[in-house]
Design a protein around this ligand. Structure first.
Ligand code: UT7
Length: 331
């Protein structure tokens, strides 16, 4: 370990005002509140208002702006911005550069990162490594997705699941080397990528793909396959975080899980004996916001005073790729 530690100087998050409830969805596709709540734990999700100019850019910018304010810092203090997302407004330039521009951060290194729902956890881990290497001193990390721009609202198997949100953190170099990420996993396996993908052209559509609803530019998901893969992977990744660090449940204040499906989170809680008050749930209000979910939970927990300086926390996620990731943080 280098002599450099990493401090989380501030966090922020942003969710759109506009709510999309299960009842709203039931008037759009053949579904109902009871099915959605039972199978996912979701009651409503937030959706950007594109006509009013909201986008992944505006959500991500707000989240980082709030994290900077929380850290009593300005955009110009950052030397790197990582924007983890699958819903960038444009592929060129990176949205990270436009966020930097909005926040007056220049010159600055900036890039978008695609790791689907793992985005925030991947980006936090990477930022920690870059700071410890001495390469960067102040990094703005954003996990943010405007999934409503990618969802086919005529497809009930998916439209019920996703929402829009962003979470951000500002990480700074610290003299205390024990602060920061003390264990991290960034992994994936491309085998199975076709269970979650966004075809842009007809040729991207997986041969034999079922469904009358193939809309280019919209997310396609084999929910059952993803569930089967993720339910065990989730448990293994959390278990590994405990075993690799020698920590027990009593040592950590929160296990922050990607808000994918309440049944998956409950299954992990049950198998690993995690108490309710250490596993934050907000999927009921925000749905699955992909790269936004862990950062949103992290910020809400900090703002509620449930995570404090000195605490040890675990972040864990899985997503398209397939990807999985964890980070154990000493705050
Ligand atoms: O963040 C990472 C990305 N993705 C995920 O984490 C998703 C993981 N997967 C899931 O969360 C679940 O698979 C879903 C919530 C997407 C679906 O739940 P499920 O329990 O796996 O349902 P299913 O796809 O097996 O469908 C069960 C039944 C089917 O009817 P039959 O064939 O049993 O008659 C579906 O047609 O439920 C039907 N169904 C619905 N019914 C009402 C599917 N979607 C709906 C719906 N409303 N929205």
């Amino acid at each position: 370990m280098s002599g450099i530690g990493v401090r989380i100087a501030g966090t922020g998050s942003a969710v759109p005002e506009q709510r999309l409830t299960n009842h709203d969805l039931a008037s759009m596709v053949d579904t109902n509140d009871e099915w959605i709540v039972q199978r996912t734990g979701i009651h409503e999700r937030r959706i950007i208002n594109q006509e009013a100019g909201e986008s992944q850019l505006t959500l991500a910018t707000s989240a980082l702006e709030r994290a900077l304010a929380d850290a009593s810092m300005q955009g110009s203090d950052l030397d790197l911005i990582i924007n983890a997302t699958v819903s960038s407004d444009m592929t060129c330039p990176s949205t990270a550069h436009r966020i930097a521009n909005e926040l007056g951060a220049a010159p600055v290194a900036a890039f978008d990162m695609q790791a689907a729902c793992c985005g925030f956890v991947y980006a936090m881990n990477l930022a920690d490594s870059l700071i410890r290497s001495g390469r960067h001193k102040a990094v703005g990390v954003i996990g943010c997705d405007a999934m409503s721009t990618l969802v086919d609202y005529e497809d009930r198997s998916m439209s019920i699941l996703f929402g829009d949100a962003g979470g951000a953190a500002v990480l700074t170099a610290d003299d205390n080397p024990t602060l920061g990420c003390i264990h991290q996993v960034i992994e994936g396996d491309g085998n199975g990528w076709e269970s979650l993908y966004i075809p842009r052209k007809q040729r991207d559509v997986v041969p034999g793909a079922v469904g009358e609803h193939i809309k280019l530019g919209c997310l396609r998901m084999d929910g059952r396959s993803v569930y089967k893969f993720a339910v065990n992977k989730f448990i293994n990744v959390i278990q590994d975080a405990f075993e690799s660090t020698g920590l027990t449940v009593d040592d950590v204040s929160q296990v922050i899980c990607h808000q994918s499906n309440i049944r998956m989170i409950n299954s992990a809680k049950e198998k690993l004996g995690l108490p309710d008050d250490k596993v934050y749930i907000n999927i009921d209000k925000y749905g699955n916001s992909s790269a936004g979910s862990v950062g949103l939970c992290f910020d809400q927990l900090r703002k509620e005073g449930r995570i404090n300086t000195g605490d040890t926390i675990i972040m864990v996620a899985f997503g398209g790729g397939m990807t999985w990731s964890s980070g154990v943080w000493q705050l």
